[in-house]
Design a binder for this molecule. Sequence first.
Ligand code: FAD
Length: 546
Amino acid sequence: MDMSDSNTTHHFDVIIVGSGGAGLSLALSLPSHYNIAVLAKSSLTEASTFYAQGGVAAVLDETDSIQQHIDDTMIAGAHLCELDAVKQTVEGGRSSVDFLLNHGVEFTLDEEDQLHLTREGGHSQRRIIHAADATGKAISTTLVQRAKEQKNLTIFENYIAIDVITLHKLGRKDQSNRAIGLYVLDEKTEKVHTFLAPFTALACGGAMKAYLYTSNPDIATGDGIAMAYRAGCRVANMEFNQFHPTCLYHPQARSFLITEAMRGEGAYLRLPDGERFMLRFDERAELAPRDIVARTIDHEIKRLGIRHVWLDITHKPAEFIQEHFPTLYTRLLELGIDITKDMIPVVPAAHYTCGGVVVDEHSQTDIEGLYAIGETSYTGLHGANRMASNSLLECFVYGMSAAQDIQNKFDSNFKWPDVPTWDESQVTDADEDVVILQNWDELRSTMWNYVGIVRTTKRLERALHRIEMLKREITEYYQDYRVSKNLIELRNLVLVSEMIVRCAMQRKESRGLHYTLDYPELGTELRKTVLTPPSFEVEQPLVNVV
Ligand SMILES: Cc1cc2nc3c(=O)[nH]c(=O)nc-3n(C[C@H](O)[C@H](O)[C@H](O)COP(=O)(O)OP(=O)(O)OC[C@H]3O[C@@H](n4cnc5c(N)ncnc54)[C@H](O)[C@@H]3O)c2cc1C
């Protein structure tokens, strides 16, 4: 489609922001006569979904049961999960697997040509389907291919959604509020377009780019969470961020995961003086649960004022290492690290956003016509900690459920309101992009140093003070200058960072992924942390009432 004209307005039945597991499961589950737009701010496969390694959890083995999967999830989530959401997700396992198989995703099979099931942390049974160690790639490339074949889907790569348009934001307070689309920047032409539809879905992934070190791709800047909040939706449990213990620390290279299997095969974690420090903290040493290893590394890094610790597998024979970790061996060798002889510099890295936009069982937010799906959403599934491989499952279950809800509410006589095009009359071209870079770095360092794995009230207060300052500067910049991708992302990132801090300050206990030295014990009350935006309207349908 030629979108080169400035300020074009386009009409669709459904607009889906995001081409990961969540966005594409919705797109491919809607009727094929709907006119659907799928937006991605980079290429279609540049999404966390593509990088998932482990797999998708589902109860498929006869020795397994729905109840066991539910119990495992509740325990992993430190009992903060909402039972209805857990049930819905777990019960949707079989249909999600069928959805993926029907679309042609090729999973690893066992000797009897059945889906091979592997086991991961927290799961009491083998229930993870996978495509070797690159499950996300198999899912992403297959679903993207199917989406490209669908004639009713129009795909917009390098289009960045800026904000949701609602009737009340347009001043139509006499009508009941609903979302009617988005303003979107075409990165190539630098023009802002108006996308209108009676149904808009935010499937924008997580927000872990808020941290200096992350396993997430660059797209994970919390855009969906920030857009929904600004539109008037509640957001919950943003304090629960999962950190993976071992990501590469390399000043010149992008951080990536160093698989847990390396510790499983005997690698040691060491301090600069060579000490195997995990032995001091937990008798399981390097094989203690993820959050304990991550917290211990963080503690030692802060205690010694060092930038990283070392992962050492050099005591194993070179052939063993090359045979077990061929991809990592080659990838690290390219960076000058020969893992048969050299230790690997590692840091824990932000990995998964457990909180998000509050939604009901159909992924409907507080605003009619606006959906949030996948890592952007808070369904209640993860509670205080995500269990491995439940997140992709959540994307498919809720993507399909949203498709059903949209079909039920579809009205072919929808009356299109008049919507003004994006107004650029008051802004100029930015004079100094270095301001964005500076704020971006400062924000992510502040989050890493003060709002990381181990928190204190004092550190959170310091962080909030700096974030508020940065937010003021970024807001001013946003009001004065033409939008760019970096500016849109930074504006969103500073808002979600503030949300993380505010949620963390409200939780006066240590539970799951939130650990604070000021309240090291579990609290007695089970409650989620909810942030209500100033524009929240109580007459809107209340979902997941707190
Ligand atoms: C390294 C890694 C390994 C993982 N391993 C597993 C695993 O084994 N099993 C598991 O269950 N989970 C795993 N996870 C988590 C899981 O992959 C994610 O939670 C899940 O893929 C999120 O899917 P999503 O569709 O919500 O978002 P994503 O897949 O991240 O997709 C987000 C989409 O939104 C688009 N987007 C964002 N903002 C905008 C905007 N403003 N305008 C336009 N488009 C926008 C992006 O371009 C992208 O297309 C892993 C995550 C990582 C990073």
